[in-house]
Design a protein around this ligand. Structure first.
Ligand code: ARG
Ligand code: GLU
Length: 761
């Protein structure tokens, strides 16, 4: 028997290891630092891979199956013929661009039944990370600490160009160098970007966007949010422009897909390109977001969405035109609402204040610290007070209300053109530059107007500008607006008529006619155009009175944040810090688990087709309509090999720290196999961009069972599943159990071991 003291020790130990195990993980980690910072922890949490299996420059590794899809999403390679999986909402623009009222792939879905039917997407890219490197020394090594922030920036830019050039000169690779920890460290990512990416398949919107904006950011969730593309390469397997001679890309690695099923507590990781987080803001920075910026942006977008929705419901043409725009306006709108609530519930401002108190105390303990960090917190306070006095709000209104009007944001490139012509039209260079701009605008116009409805935009104009006029201080009102409002019998609708009627920028015909004139005539017309002059007037206020103050304060805050974080890292020596997301490749890890959204409610960690069918019975919600075919498959339980115990899993929750940009990221199990496709976060967890809460932050993923079922059974595109490396339950022994022997046998690729075994339906 243990004596009480021993028993206590054992219990304490158990408790410690339990809490270490049970604590879900905050953090978006750098692939090349996993070995040093995370490997042990990840393995303790159940991972059966090594850091080298995830990121390696010597052999193929998981990272070779991950791409940045376009500029904002993630994708992963799931076949040895370059098949790329991402979200429906990531491929949305492409699916929409191939659609028309007659051939509406948004509504009907699209499936290429052979490679010839795959559809090219000019401009779309997929970027692999070849390797990454710590370049802090090359970037900061020769920079003295006594420079002003502007001088420092200048020297850094020069160094970055030098290092980029050295790394890529003479190759087809690119190099991205970004600051981490507010510019304390610099890392370089060597990239390989493919340019011939073709659409292979997408389910109908009623599946790919099931739940639409009603369910967006929410759990329980039943969205089949995926689309499939294929990367094509030149004959040498290198990136090439679109050509019918290109062939499917052969990847260094593609993810096997596991149908073994997941259970609560299973290790998961997410590999992708999270775009932006700000986890190290001071309390005032959090309050600026939670109390000024988020509420203002939400208010403006609520109005804009309401107006778009009215017109989309009234006219199917407008519905298609504005589908993608609506989804994107609504997406952040809802996220900001969640973020405000989440920060409040978490008492984020008070938590930050507590940390600041600790910091102040720590600083006060040594004179060295005092001279280094003593000014940081008071200076933050000063800067945020100025921002909170109109600057921040006016900036939000300029961006969300003024530029929320399509005519005004469209006018910006025309204003740029007019200013370019004004600078001179003499030298060959000037002429060439101007002609390039004109051609660019001419080429882009048809696509812009294909998705533009003047009547809708006019309503947005009237309402949003009225909001600006009411909510923004008089001194920040544009002159043009003040003058317009003085007119007799002024109404916002009549003002819209006065701007849109004579403007050359409100229809394709007028824009085309305008751009065919001589540069001088174009300039004259543009500088007299009511849309251009109104934009100019907004710009005057913004660029002369708001932006300079905002930029100066932000620059100072960056410097302060650099110091603050440096100090925090000194103060909390044992804590592992991860850098804020900055659209570079990261790994997050956690486990499969549900959560409690509120006191008396508990959520399961998964949803099923049963639940989806039940939701679809709520016929008053158009977002829940589903195709008959899906209903039939469910009735017949025609699930093929994709069900688990007769049920079809649809989506699941896990505690991986993710953000925008992680859409389309693979959710990978302990063995390196794909189990899910990340597409969202829970609403209660959206404040994780600013402060993470292990109790409530969850990422939402599509389950691979539903994915393969939809491709095979629903779309009849089983040939694509054949292309993939699908691992059916109990079809082979666990390849990683005898770790050493596996690694010795398959030295350069531990993933090569698996054979495709198909079991009967
Ligand atoms: N909330 C997800 C993300 O941030 C999905 C957005 C697209 N879906 C939508 N209904 N708007 O990207
Ligand atoms: N849907 C988001 C995206 O497009 C991911 C959700 C999130 O912000 O975590 O990246």
């Amino acid at each position: 028997m243990l004596n009480p003291k021993q028993l206590f020790l054992v219990l304490l130990l158990a408790l410690c290891s339990l809490s270490a195990w049970a604590r879900p993980d905050e953090g978006m980690w750098l692939p090349m630092l996993l070995k040093q910072l995370n490997e042990t922890d990840m393995q303790k949490k159940g991972m059966r891979l090594s850091a080298e299996d995830i990121y390696s420059i010597n052999k193929s590794s998981l990272k070779d199956a991950i791409v940045q899809f376009g500029s904002g999403c993630t994708g992963e390679i799931i076949s040895n013929q370059g098949l790329l999986l991402t979200n429906h909402h990531c491929g949305y623009g492409q699916i929409q661009s191939h659609s028309s009222v007659e051939n509406d792939y948004l509504t009907k879905g699209f499936w290429a039944m052979s490679k010839e039917q795959e559809k090219p997407n000019p401009g779309l890219t997929a970027t692999f990370i070849v390797r990454m490197e710590d370049v802090t020394k090359q970037i900061l090594g020769d920079i003295p600490s006594n420079l002003t922030e502007a001088e420092r920036e200048h020297r850094i830019t020069t160094n970055i160009k030098k290092v980029q050039y050295g790394a890529t000169n003479g190759t087809h690779y690119g190099a991205i160098i970004r600051p981490f920890f507010y510019g304390t460290e610099y890392y370089m990512y060597i990239t390989e970007t493919f340019r011939d990416i073709r659409l292979v398949g997408a389910p109908p919107e009623s599946i790919g966007k099931f739940g639409g904006d009603t369910d967006n950011w929410m759990w329980p969730r039943h969205t089949g949010d995926f689309s499939i593309f294929r990367i094509y390469a030149g004959p040498d397997n290198k990136p090439a422009d679109y050509s019918t001679n290109n062939k499917p890309y052969t990847p260094k690695h593609h993810l096997p897909i596991s149908l073994a099923g997941i259970k609560e507590g299973d290790f998961t990781m997410v590999f992708g390109f999270p775009a932006r987080t700000t986890e190290y803001l001071p309390s005032q920075g959090v309050s600026e977001i939670a109390e000024i910026s988020d509420p203002a942006k939400v208010k403006i977008r609520t109005m804009r969405l309401h107006l778009l929705e009215q017109d989309m419901l009234a006219d199917p043409k407008v519905r298609i035109q504005y589908a993608a725009k609506y989804a994107s306006v609504s997406n952040s709108h809802k996220r900001w609402i969640g973020e405000m609530r989440g920060l409040k519930k978490l008492d984020a401002i008070a938590k930050k204040q507590d940390l600041e108190k600790q910091f102040a105390h720590w600083v006060s303990q040594e004179t060295g610290r005092k001279s280094m960090y003593g000014h940081v917190l008071p200076h933050f306070e000063q800067n945020y007070t100025i921002l909170a006095n109109d600057i921040s709000l006016t900036r939000d209104y300029y961006q969300e209300a003024a530029l929320g009007v399509e005519l005004l944001s469209y006018a910006q490139s025309f204003l740029d053109l007019a200013e370019l012509i004004q600078k001179g039209y003499q030298t060959e260079q000037q002429k060439a530059d101007i002609q390039t701009q004109i051609k660019g605008l001419l080429d882009a116009a048809p696509a812009y107007f294909k998705n533009y409805n003047q009547a809708t935009d006019k309503k947005v104009f009237a309402s949003l500008l009225e909001m600006y006029a009411i909510d923004i201080a008089y001194k920040y009102q544009p002159e043009a607006l003040k003058k317009a409002m003085e007119a007799k019998k002024f109404t916002w609708a009549s003002y819209a008529d006065k701007v849109y009627g004579p403007s050359n920028l409100a229809s394709l015909e007028k824009v085309t006619a305008l751009l065919k004139l001589s540069p001088n005539a174009i300039k004259a017309k543009l500088l007299a155009d009511p849309a251009v002059t109104l934009l100019q007037s907004f710009n005057n206020v913004y660029q002369e009175e708001i932006l300079p103050v905002y930029n100066q304060l932000t620059e100072q805050n960056t410097l302060l944040n650099r110091l603050y974080l440096q100090g925090l890292r000194e103060m909390q020596k044992d804590k592992k810090f991860y850098p804020d997301a900055n659209s570079t490749l990261r790994v997050s890890y956690g486990k499969v688990e549900g959560y409690k959204p509120s006191e008396d409610v508990t959520y399961e960690y998964y949803t099923t087709l049963e639940g989806l069918i039940e939701k679809s019975g709520m016929t008053e919600i158009p977002d829940y309509r589903i195709p008959d075919k899906l209903r039939e498959l469910h009735l017949k339980k025609d699930y093929g090999p994709y069900a688990i115990n007769g049920k079809m899993p649809v989506a699941f929750l896990a505690s991986n720290h993710t953000t925008g940009g992680n859409s389309g990221s693979p959710v990978i199990n302990a063995k390196g196999e794909l189990v899910g496709l990340n597409f969202d976060r829970n609403w209660e967890g959206t404040m994780s961009d600013i402060m993470y809460d292990p109790e409530r932050v969850r990422n939402i993923s599509l389950d691979v069972h539903y994915l393969l079922f939809l491709i095979d059974k629903f779309a009849g595109a089983g040939h694509l599943v054949q292309e993939m490396n699908v691992i059916y339950p109990s079809s082979q022994p666990d390849p990683v159990v005898k770790k050493e022997s596996v690694e010795i046998k398959h030295k350069d690729n531990i993933f090569k071991t698996k054979k495709k075994v198909k079991i009967d339906d």
